[in-house]
Design a protein around this ligand. Structure first.
Ligand code: NI
Length: 391
């Protein structure tokens, strides 16, 4: 079986390159993936075996239903690009100024098209259903995943998997984690409201700059002093805006930033802890405040059993050395929306050059991938699906 799949993957390698390069040349921003989703639809349409749907305006979902009953296994790829101007010399460099596939979602889409093509060829062996989810807008909150879930793509799904390329991990390595993988990227904004006036007469004003500075410093106490050091939490103030002139004390200062965590209880508590500090400091100095906390994507937590199946698949195909060292990270991913409906596994495919002096990180204008990751990813995804189906 594995050899058969491996041969099939080798046969479609040129197609994988064509798909990826075409998508790379014509990137589209989140929620604007009109041509991208049309392209996906037109490629899937070639297979009469697939039932194809458009769950939202710029997404695509396809179902491959086997002859025998069984589980429903979903695979997800995202397809949106970023507002970045590409700085690579490639024959298939982005043709859209200011838009670039700088996170590898072009590769994800190409791989899932390849997985669909191969599984269509193996239809006789399919038990249950394989569902292909081509999702829009991963990069821009509120994200496309929740919209896909709301549109019903997860109905009856038993398990879901997803592979993400990683430019900073060597090609040939695969990173699979059980449990927490990516955090919940929440955001906040704070307005410190004092009373402005002449900077030479501080006694007549309530100085929002000084109060804001104390708020910024004291918020750091939450992570360093209120939370168990074993828990992973980040609290960063990333913006401070205030003031218009050298000799004017501003009436207000605006702060904003991000809070990231894994534990749902901590996630619930942190906004209250923040507000206690903001309230205390502003009150102490006669100022007032406005505070808004917005929950972002939920954390991505992999199912232990599924992660093991993916690991076993990688070991069987490429040996134990193919499993790369990996740690959970404080980034976020809206794949977590699907995990509310079914257990899943989000894993990484190394796509960095082996001996490169520098592999540029994701979201960088010089981001690239080693395209050998395409057949490798297809091979792992197809084999993982077949393994899950038999289990
Ligand atoms: Ni991404």
């Amino acid at each position: 079986m594995q050899n058969e799949i491996g041969n099939e993957v080798a046969i479609i390698k040129e197609k994988l390159l064509y798909w990826r390069r075409h998508l790379h040349e014509y990137p589209e921003l989140s929620f604007e993936e009109v041509e991208t989703s049309e392209f996906i639809y037109s490629q899937l349409k070639k297979h009469r075996e697939l039932e194809i749907f458009r769950p939202t305006k710029t997404s695509v979902m396809a179902r491959l239903i086997g002859n025998e009953p069984g589980k429903v296994i979903a695979i997800r790829a995202d397809m949106d690009a970023l507002p970045i101007t590409e700085d690579n010399d490639l024959l298939f460099k982005s043709k859209k100024h200011g838009v670039m596939h700088a996170c590898g979602h072009d590769a994800h889409t190409a791989m899932l098209l390849g997985v669909a093509e191969i599984l269509v060829g193996l239809k006789e062996q399919i038990k249950g259903e394989v569902r292909f989810i081509f999702q829009h807008a991963e990069e821009l909150p509120p994200g496309g995943a929740q919209q896909m879930v709301d549109a019903g793509v997860m109905e009856n799904v038993d398990q879901i998997i997803c592979a993400h390329v990683r430019s900073t991990m060597e090609i040939g390595k695969v990173g699979v984690l059980a449990g927490p993988v990516l955090s919940s990227p929440d955001t906040f904004s704070i307005k410190i409201i004092g009373s402005g006036g002449h900077a030479a007469k501080p006694h007549q004003n309530i100085d929002s700059v000084i109060i804001a500075a104390q708020v910024v410093t004291n918020l750091q106490q939450i992570v360093s002093r209120n939370i168990d050091p074993i828990d992973d939490v980040v609290l960063s103030v990333t913006q401070i805006h205030g003031g218009t002139a050298l000799n004017v004390t501003p009436g207000f200062v605006e702060l904003s930033g991000t809070v990231r965590s894994f534990d749902p209880n901590l996630r619930k508590d942190i906004p209250a802890q923040m507000e206690r500090i903001i309230k205390g400091i502003t009150e102490a100095h006669g100022a007032s405040y406005e505070f808004e906390f917005k929950n972002g994507y939920r954390p991505v937590i992999n199912d232990e059993e599924l992660a093991q199946v993916v690991k076993d698949t990688v070991i069987d195909l490429y040996g134990v050395d193919a499993l790369g060292e990996i740690r959970r990270g404080m980034g976020g991913e809206d794949f977590s929306a699907y995990l509310q409906k079914a257990p899943g596994c989000f894993f990484y495919l190394g796509a960095g050059e082996k001996n490169a002096t520098k592999n540029y990180p994701h979201h960088h204008p010089k981001f690239t991938i080693n395209e050998n990751v395409l057949p490798l990813g297809v091979n792992i995804l197809v084999n993982a699906v077949m393994r899950l189906m038999m289990k």
